[in-house]
Each structure stands twice: as C-alpha cells, then as structure tokens.
Design a binder for this molecule. Sequence first.
Ligand code: AGP
Length: 608
Amino acid sequence: MCGIVGYIGLRQAAPVLLDGLAKLEYRGYDSAGIAVYDGKDINITKSKGRLQVLCELTHDGEKLPGHVGIGHTRWATHGEPNDVNSHPHFNESRSIVVVHNGIIENYASIKAKLIEKGYNFVSETDTEVIAHMLDYYYKGDPLEAIRKVMHRAEGAYALGIIFKEKPDMLYAVRKDSPLIVGKAADGNIIASDVPAVLKYTRDVCFIQNGEIAVLSKEDIKFCTIDAEDIQKEFTKIEWDVNAADKCGYEHYMLKEMFEQPEVIKDTLGSFFEDDRIVIPGVSITDEEIKKISKIYIVACGSAYHTGVTAKYVYEGMARIPVEVDLASEFRYRDPLLDKDSLVIIVSQSGETADSKAALEEAKRRGVRTLGIVNAIGSSIARDADDVVYTLAGLEIAVATTKAYSAQLIAHYMIALKFGLIRGEISEEEASDYIKDLKKLPDQVEMLLNNREKIQHFATRYAAAKDVFFIGRGIDYAISLEASLKLKEISYIHSEAYAAGELKHGTISLIEDGTLVAAVLTQEELYKKTMNNIVEVKTRGAFVLSVTNEGNTEIEKISDYNIYIPQTNKYFTNSLAIIPLQLFAYYVSVGKGFDVDKPRNLAKSVTVE
Ligand code: AGP
C-alpha cells in the first residue's frame, strides 16, 4: 500500500516529507520519491529501494530547498518497481506534479485518449495519467482541473498535487484511499496516515470521499467535487508519539506483542461504564439485538481468524447462529441476508478494500452493519452503521498481534452483552466470564515473560520446510492464525488443519521430522486431538503441543509442550496464540528476515 505526504509552511519541506515517509514505511513499499517547489522550479528526486537511498540522494533533503512539497512511498501495482515508475509524476511541461495512493481503474482508456491527443508518457503507472489529465483540464484554475479529473477517473485515489502557477498552494484529494490533513504551528501537512504528522501536530482532519483540501502556509480550506465550500472538524490525536517508535525493542512486532496485556486491558475496560457492561458508541437497541436472526462475521486474514473463533463464542454465549466469511468471497457470493441479519466487519486498518466492499454489499441489501475497527476515522469505522473501536493503538508491524488480541476481546464482550440482553446468560454467569476476562492481561504477560522455551524451540526450526498446525473447534481457529503468522514473516510453507480432517488426505504429507503443532485448549476435545497426534507421530512427525496447564497426559505422546494458564474455554485463543506468535517471530528472526516489513506484504491491502 502506497503512502503519500505533503507539506507547505515556514519550514524547509524536504525534511518534513522524509520524516513523514519514514513513518509510513510500515505500509510496505519498493520505491520512494519527493518533489519540492523552490518558487522557480519543481525539483524531484525519486528512486527504487528503501527510503535511506532517497535520504542519501537528497542529503536528507538539503539538496531540495523550498517550502512546499509532496512525497511518496510506492507499493507497485501498475509498472514494476523502478526509478521511472516511482512517484512523484510530472506532466510534460513539469508544471504539475502528483503523488497518488490507490488505483485508477480506467487509466488505460484515459491514457489511450491522451496519447491520441499528443501526450507522451514515460512510465507504466496509472498515476502519470492523473498528471496529464490535470494538464489537459488546467486552464488557470487548479480546482476546476481537479474536479474534472475526479469526475473522469474511476477507482481509488488519495492525491497530493502542486501547480507551478500556484507556488503558495498545496492540493489534496480523496476517493476511497485514506487521507488526512494536519494543522501544525509552522505549516500544514497532508498524509495517508496519522503517524506521518505526529511529530509536527496532533490536530488532524480525516478527508472524506469526494472532498478536496486546499492548503496554504497559514490556512486550510475544504470543498467538494461539486464545488461547494465545507467546514471540517479537526480531531486531537491522543496516541503516544512513541507508538510510532520501537522503544528499544528490536522490532515493532516484538514491541506490539508485549503491548498486548495493556491493549487487552484497555479494550476490555472500554466495555464497562461503572460496573455495567456496555457496547461503547453503538446505536443498536436492545430490541434490535433481541431480533438478530443471524450474525455474519466478514473480514480478511487475521481479522477473519478472530471471526472463526467468535462463531463459537456468539453461538455459545448468545445462542445466535453465525456464519464467518472471507470478505473477498462474501462480496461475490450473493449472501442470503435477511432483514434481521447483523453483518460484523472486522478490520484493524478499516481500509481493507475487500472488507470495505463487503460492508457496501451489506448496506446495499439494507442489513444492519457493525464495524470492529482499530484505526480511528477509517472508512469502515465511518461507513458502518455502528463501530466498536479496538484500543490497540497504532500497529506498525505488518503481522498483526495486538490488534488481533483486541479484536478477540471485542468479540467476547459483544457476545456477552448480546447473551445478557437475549436472556441466554444470567448475571451470575456473566460475572464468572468477566472474572476470567480480567485475568487475561496478567496471564498474557506471564506467557510473554516466559518466552525462552518457545524461543529456544523456534531457533531449532528456522530451517523447517513444512509446518502443520492442527486443532478442533476454537483450537482450529487458533491454528489458522498461528499458521498465517509463521507464513507471513518466515516464508515457511505452513497449513492449518482441522485435526479430524488430516486423515482425509493431508496426512499423506507427514513424513519423518515434519513439524506438527497441535493446539489442545478445548477439554472436551482433548482425546480426539490426542488421537490425531498419535496418527502423525506414527508417520514420523515431531509434535509441539500448546495445551492447558494440567493436561499432563500430553507428555506421553507429544515431543515438546507449552502450557497456558486455565481460562474459560471461549477465551483460550487469547492465551494459546501468544507462544505461537512468539514462535513465528523467533523463526523469522532466526532466518534474518525483515520481521516488520515481510516481502510482498502491506499493512493494509487497500486494493482488490
Ligand atoms: C495479518 O497479520 C495480516 N497483516 C493480514 O492478514 C491482515 O490481518 C488482513 O490484511 C486484514 O487487515 P485489516 O484487519 O486491516 O482489515
């Protein structure tokens, strides 16, 4: 996912741009560039590779003087990662320059028409089409040219634009790709995300679809694609500036794993007003909750995995039928939603394209929607009928840990509240659930602090070729997340299997020394999964088991065992996932990989 920044003010622009791009590196990128207007020329430096290359080429920005500029980190979608395809992009006369996050879906047809009109392109990107379109429509009024482009371009875009004839202005435009504006003491800033501006300001405004921001050194004005002036509210960002800093940890992922106790405590706490359980910030009424006929949990990746666990929790606690869907499937399968369905969209970033589209599909069908979202003011948070925020704070590592743990807590508490409202849970039962939930932060902290055992085990498996995770029920859901963690940061092939499914084919893959990680936290399923462990052992597997304290029977059949503290059967994912996150982390570190920015991945997948 690309990142854009822009600055206009009293400072030299280039250092501000480079700072901002550094805070957006977590989004994943393969090239970077900045353009600065010195009042006479717009000068660009851009290159393939890490941001450090750009800092060296520009001597940390000194070689590009000027008080207005734009910058970009590119995650290639159209055109391979190279210097020419890097942003920013110019029109031919170099009088207009653009940076873009998103995809212009009709760029090819527009490009063909512009070529017919005599325009020459130098790159393979869809973004360069924007630069030439602005040139084509520009007759002296930047806003008029911008609006014409917005009416013509299809797809998603967050744009930063400078016009040479307007040296004291910076323009920003949004459609579907996130974009914020920051008001600082000595200037004004645009960016794809909050971390890029926190060093300069906490006063932030979230640009909505179809809006244009016009920034000068002293002022910020807003208008719409339909040329109406609008007033916008600014939000005070309360995040700790350190959130965008490793604070002494080797990787953001390790730091964020260690933030999980606090995040669980904070997210849990947000569901209580005095001692009363509430679902914070929602408008859905008790009557509507009583009428819910079915819940659809729709998400991608790890957020989807929380949904696989949550199915057991909502059905077990609130006795509401649940379907769990991958967002990329949900939006095309013509789901049989009825008027009393509730669609819950789970998303850390709130900008995942498939999840946003699934939300739109549910709303189009007139079904109530609830977002479980981490990023404040994000598209899903804004567009769902209700949103419950997970209080994980800024999550930088591409591989989610603390946001995943916070999402689980949100599911537990929503299910608990629904169960109480629907009369499926007594106050006494609720009190017992709460007691177990309130123990989780300390239990997670204990598992994190006793990480040496799993760390030692992980270093032995850095050379593994295949790793299988097996479990039944919630243990299968835990296996799904554990397998994804390992795959996405260590690049080792891994599969998660419902333990009972092994004999239907996959067990043919087990051979001498194959690592099988078995998850056994559901007591009523211990025996069944232990039988599966015996099955794989007889075929030569080496078995790591993650199970509840007290289940020492496991030591008769399993080679290496990690015990988690006792908790309610619905909450075991919050504990069992901790050693499995650590396992993936230490394997990746053992392989010397870039844990926080794994190859090919982005923190939020804002394209289909
Ligand atoms: C998880 O570690 C991955 N980063 C990925 O699967 C992620 O969970 C998925 O892309 C969904 O992102 P979202 O929660 O921001 O929608």
